[in-house]
Design a protein around this ligand. Structure first.
Ligand SMILES: [Zn+2]
Length: 284
């Protein structure tokens, strides 16, 4: 949404998680693998022998972590592909050691004159959990929506209950499905989320780097003093009456990590808050 507002030609979203998944794919293709190894031979500096690192890339299961120095080299490779653009580096730093790396990142990648900023977003665990559990994905175009929090305009039903029908422009529309593992919610990534919290705290205490602070949740009892109804995420449910599907919309109240009852903001007000803070930081 942010890049839609700013202009998609000026900004590139670089997800470190997606980047690592792409590397896993490259390792399976002999030609791409050879190029990657060549790049690492030239650009990798670290405490593990490169052969060992490549072996661990070959036999990697998704749980094992790559050394920081490899992540850095790979991120540099991606950044050089995106010259002259604002880069939204998503999911970096990934651990506490990388926090200190990220401080020197601007120098490492040779963007010495580019201003940099940390963007920290606070989303309660329960909200992440509900978003994963109710997520539905279109098998044709990969659009993801939520049966509970962001349904499509078309709803269908069969023996298993109601389902979303993809209404993305250009997609011929199909039954949206649950992604494998989503039914477990945050359980498989809980450790990762607790680590993220530590990283956020550490990054928050840094001097010298400007920070944009975003929040997803506002305590319900004071929410109306800060936001309007349409800025809050409603909760949807469905009822089948005489073969017709009825959509029921009501306010969504959810406990944050301290047990305080909260409302969850829609994406747009969070993006507006991000833009306001960036304007102030960069004195635009
Ligand atoms: Zn679709």
């Amino acid at each position: 949404m942010f890049s839609e507002v700013i202009g998609g030609d000026k900004i590139e979203h670089l997800s470190v998680g997606d980047m690592i998944r792409t590397v896993d794919e490259e390792m399976k293709d002999p030609q791409k693998k050879a190029e990657l190894v060549k790049f690492l031979e030239k650009n990798y500096r670290g405490f593990y022998a490169l052969e060992d690192v490549i072996k661990s890339l070959e036999n990697r299961d998704t749980k094992s972590l790559l050394p920081d120095e490899i992540i850095l080299a790979l991120v540099k490779r991606e950044i050089t592909k995106r010259k002259g653009k604002v880069i939204l580096l998503d999911g970096f730093p990934r651990n506490l050691d990388q926090v200190s790396f990220s401080l020197f990142f601007r120098d490492l990648v040779g963007y010495r004159d580019d201003p940099d900023v940390f963007i920290l977003i606070d989303v309660p665990m329960n909200i992440i959990n509900e978003r994963i559990k109710w997520r539905r994905v279109c098998p044709k175009c990969n659009t993801s929506r939520s049966l509970k929090l962001l349904p499509t305009s078309k709803i269908g039903h069969d023996d298993d209950g109601v389902y979303l029908i993809c209404d993305e422009a250009g997609c011929d529309g199909g039954k949206m499905v649950t992604k494998e593992g989503d039914e477990k919610g945050i359980e498989p990534i809980k450790e990762r989320l607790l680590m993220d919290e530590e990283i956020l705290k550490k990054a928050y205490s840094l001097y010298g780097v400007s920070k944009v602070l975003l929040r997803n949740a506002i305590p319900a009892d004071v929410a109306c003093e800060y936001v309007d109804d349409y800025e809050m995420t409603p909760e949807y449910s469905f009822e089948i009456v005489d073969g017709e599907i009825k959509t029921i919309e009501k306010p969504w109240i959810v406990a944050d990590d301290d047990g305080i009852q909260c409302v969850s903001l829609q994406a747009a007000p969070v993006v507006v808050s991000m833009i306001k803070q960036l304007v102030e930081i960069f004195k635009l």
